[in-house]
Structures are given as structure tokens and as C-alpha cells.
Design a protein around this ligand. Structure first.
Ligand code: ADP
Length: 190
């Protein structure tokens, strides 16, 4: 099974993807986590990504497309995976379509976590206050707001993109974490 989890920063997408992968034998492929590991390790990719990430901007499409193309072919992905944080714009979605088509594969579903913008901004402020100086250079209020802007401008159009392909399933992300997990399992028939 191949799934995409879509949702703005602070929507709980990473947490939900982690829960679902564990319970259903899938692998969570988080481009954010992979890029942070590359920054930490000081690789070429990490050098390209570091400043862009700290500013809340996207890293170049070819970088993340390459990362996903490689990682999704490793043995542990044979049973399926959840893409978390990828694709993040239409160009990445088209690259993913091409990659899967070349492999004779396809996506099963795209799960959208719907979250109210006002509440998201409040969560962002709380998260920034809690994590300032923590492991993520982009968890400060400015970078988080920038990430939310980038989400609306570049990632939100994917809702229409995947609706058009008949793949989109939406879940209310404002409920408790356990309720959201249960709703995701129900809507994906897991
Ligand atoms: P969040 O969903 O909370 O914004 P992520 O961990 O998914 O956090 O992403 C953190 C940062 O990593 C992004 O702001 C961006 O700079 C970079 N990044 C992650 N995934 C992608 C992607 N698919 N394309 C471009 N940049 C990405």
C-alpha cells in the first residue's frame, strides 16, 4: 500500500503517520526527517537544505524527488509506505506519478488532515515557545508562519490535484489524537 499524508505544519501529520505505519506494517518516509538527518551528517544534500529549511522554505524539487526515488526502493518498503511531507507541490506530485508509473506502481490513497487555520496559528505559537532552542532550527514562530504560507501557496493545490484523480480522503484533524487515528483507519479501510 502506498499512501500520502497531506496537511499543514502543526496538523499532526507526522505523529499520525508514525502511528499508522507501526500498526500496519508500512514504512513512514518523512522528507523532513531525512533532510534533517542529512543536515546533521553534513552531506552535500544537507548543505543545500540547511538554510532553506531554517527559513521555512522548500528545498529544491530534484533533491527531494531523488531522496524519495532512492529510499522507496529499499527492501523495507516492499510492503508499502506512507509519504509524509512529500510531495509538497504539483511538480513533486507529477515527478512521483512518473516514478511510480515507470515502476508499474500506483498510489492507493491520499489522506488530508484538515485543520482550522486560526487554531493552527495558536498551535504554532505554542510549539515555537516549547521547542525554541530545540533540535529543529525551523521551530520558531517566524519560520513556522512561513511554512504555513508555503503550505497554502504550494502544497494546498495538491488537494485538488488528488481529488481529480479520485484519491483524496479527508479527516478532521481537530479531534483528539486517538480519534484522528481511528478516523484515518476508518477512511482508509485499514
Ligand atoms: P512540517 O510539516 O512541520 O513543516 P517537515 O519536517 O515536513 O515539517 O519539513 C521541514 C522542512 O523540510 C520544510 O519546511 C522544507 O524546508 C523541508 N522539506 C521537507 N519536505 C520537503 C519537500 N517535499 N520538498 C521541499 N522541501 C521539503
Amino acid at each position: 500500500m502506498k499512501l500520502i499524508f497531506l496537511g499543514p505544519p502543526g496538523a499532526g501529520k507526522g505523529t499520525q503517520a508514525e502511528r499508522i505505519q507501526k500498526a500496519h506494517g508500512l514504512v513512514q518516509l518523512s522528507t523532513g526527517d531525512m533532510l534533517r538527518a542529512a543536515v546533521k551528517a553534513g552531506t552535500e544534500v544537507g548543505k543545500v537544505a540547511e538554510k532553506l529549511m531554517a527559513d521555512g522554505q522548500l528545498v529544491p524539487d530534484e533533491v527531494v524527488v531523488g531522496i524519495i526515488a532512492d529510499r522507496s526502493q529499499e527492501a523495507d518498503c516492499a510492503n508499502g509506505y506512507i509519504l509524509d511531507g512529500f510531495p509538497r507541490n504539483v511538480a513533486q506530485a507529477e515527478a512521483l506519478d512518473k516514478m511510480l508509473a515507470a515502476r508499474g506502481e500506483s498510489l492507493d490513497s491520499v489522506l488530508e488532515l484538515k485543520v482550522d487555520d486560526k487554531i493552527l496559528l495558536a498551535r504554532i505559537e505554542t510549539r515555537a515557545a516549547e521547542t525554541e532552542g530545540g533540535p529543529r532550527a525551523d521551530d520558531n514562530a517566524d519560520a513556522l508562519k512561513k511554512r504555513l504560507d508555503v503550505y497554502h501557496a504550494q502544497t494546498a493545490p495538491l488537494v485538488d490535484y488528488y481529488t481529480g484523480k479520485g484519491l483524496l480522503k479527508s479527516v478532521d484533524g481537530m479531534k483528539s489524537m486517538d480519534e484522528v487515528t481511528a478516523d484515518i483507519e476508518a477512511v482508509l479501510a485499514l
